[in-house]
Design a protein around this ligand. Structure first.
Ligand SMILES: [Zn+2]
Ligand SMILES: [Zn+2]
Length: 256
């Protein structure tokens, strides 16, 4: 199965797009601005969206794409996978007829176009092509990451937005293997204070945590602050010289 990075920046500007990963051609993890680049024929193929959390940079394209795919979704509702907390937040604050129509319930006579599937950290969901497990995260709002595993044995972990979190590393160490790790690192060390407040990793807090990881996957940094990308990667690499650390690139593809 192919995983394509549609967006991986911590913000916008130029060609930067915010977080979204396309698994095969019918599944998304997060729905940031990267989804806005998909053609209509690609959007209508998407059957399920796994959310890490409700911050706009991970969610923005979901309400917008529903307008485009509504006709197809009336035949086969778009399936949303998320925690109970995330489900409550988007129902209350987004799909509330004020910011956007309530696509969960457009009225008694209208077909359903969006359905929630509540799941919890540790639980596994099988799609046609892979298995996804929710990973623990530690962010300013309820958040999770995802571990993706395919039948052929390939594995990729994606942290979502998170700061230091022992549970994540324990969970990853319990896995038999790990091929790729996509981990957020939003700030340079100079912004350590801000990273603590916003509950994101900075270079040194991530480097410290990477020492807990027993596997030796390829490491890709995501959610880098716009303009500080190179500096963050250089800082982390210097602190963990025995690891290979690269910036995740928009458009990058992984074969699992
Ligand atoms: Zn966030
Ligand atoms: Zn974010």
């Amino acid at each position: 199965m192919q995983i394509k990075i549609l967006g991986c920046s911590g913000g916008i500007g130029g060609s930067r797009r915010t977080t979204s990963l396309l698994l095969g051609d019918d599944t998304l993890i997060d729905c940031g601005t990267g989804v806005l680049d998909l053609e209509i024929e690609d959007l209508v193929k998407i059957r399920r969206v796994f959310l890490t959390h409700t911050h706009l940079d991970h969610l923005l394209s979901l309400p917008l794409m529903l307008d485009t795919v509504q006709e197809e979704a009336e035949l086969q509702p778009l399936q949303l996978y998320l925690t109970r907390e995330c489900d409550q937040i988007i129902r209350e604050h987004l799909f509330n007829w004020k910011l956007w129509p309530d696509f969960f319930n457009l009225g008694d006579t209208e077909p359903t176009v969006l359905e929630s599937n509540i799941f919890t950290v540790g639980e596994q969901i099988k799609t046609d092509q892979c298995e996804l497990q929710m990973l623990p995260a530690n962010h300013s709002v309820p958040a999770v990451g995802y571990l993706v595993r395919t039948g052929s044995g390939g594995s990729l972990a994606f942290s979502g937005d998170s700061t230091s979190n022992d549970q994540l590393w324990e969970t990853l160490n319990q896995q038999p293997d790990l091929d790729h790790l996509i981990i957020e690192c939003s700030y340079t060390d100079a912004e350590q204070e801000l990273s603590t407040k916003a509950k994101h990793y900075c270079s040194s807090s991530l480097a410290e945590d990477l020492k807990k990881l027993e596997h030796k996957p390829d490491i890709y940094l995501t959610h880098l602050k716009p303009g500080a990308e190179e500096e963050i990667v250089t800082e982390v690499q210097k602190l963990v010289p025995d690891r290979s650390v690269k910036a995740l690139r928009n458009g990058q593809q992984f074969e699992l």
